[in-house]
Design a protein around this ligand. Sequence first.
Ligand code: DX5
Ligand code: ZN
Length: 222
Amino acid sequence: TRPVRVAPSLLAADFSRLGEETRAVAAAGADWLHLDIMDGHFVPNISFGPVIVKALRRHATIPFDVHLMIAPADPYLQAFAEAGADLISVHPEAGPHLHRTLQTIRSLGKKSGVVLNPATPVASIENVLELCDLILVMSVNPGFGGQSFLEGQLGKIAVLRRMIDAHAAQGGQEIALQVDGGVTARTAPRCIEAGADVLVAGTAVFGAPDYAQAIAAIKGTA
Ligand code: DX5
Ligand code: ZN
């Protein structure tokens, strides 16, 4: 069985204490920190930008997984790279040239990800697989934490798992398969079974009294 990583989403943290919250989840066993960037245009909510990412960088050494829900994304890639992102993910709908956007992320020395909304087909990434370090399947419509898991996305995860494994078998690079939205200790096993290996969880971690226990429960090691 493949190792499962958990990336708590800071969107569900106490925004008046983001530094403390970052340190707390890192100490609680978070593998990555998931940072949701929303512009009130690509998604109907506004969160925070590169200034906050940069301010948090000194609070933890775990990888910063930056999920851009902004359009256009291209003018801001460098700012997020310089702020300390390790991985930058973009939605194909955020710009006309996904291939170029992924090349830009790689040229900034960062890992690149593509995010598929619930209505976005797997075909949107087929021709850019060699430029992806991560594929993120949204199991809610992006914009808000605390929504319920869309079961219908499990089939997409399974299709992508086969595609990623076939790519690796042909000598292609490793690609992480991430799920984001409504992931809890109850829905996580189904994501893992379908082939996901990085689970994003906001409410299920930051809404829990014990972050370490919540992360372990999502990983299935509690
Ligand atoms: C939704 C964000 C998610 C969100 C997940 O637009 O991309 O990362 O914070 O929150 P939960 O885990 O509460 O569904
Ligand atoms: Zn996210």
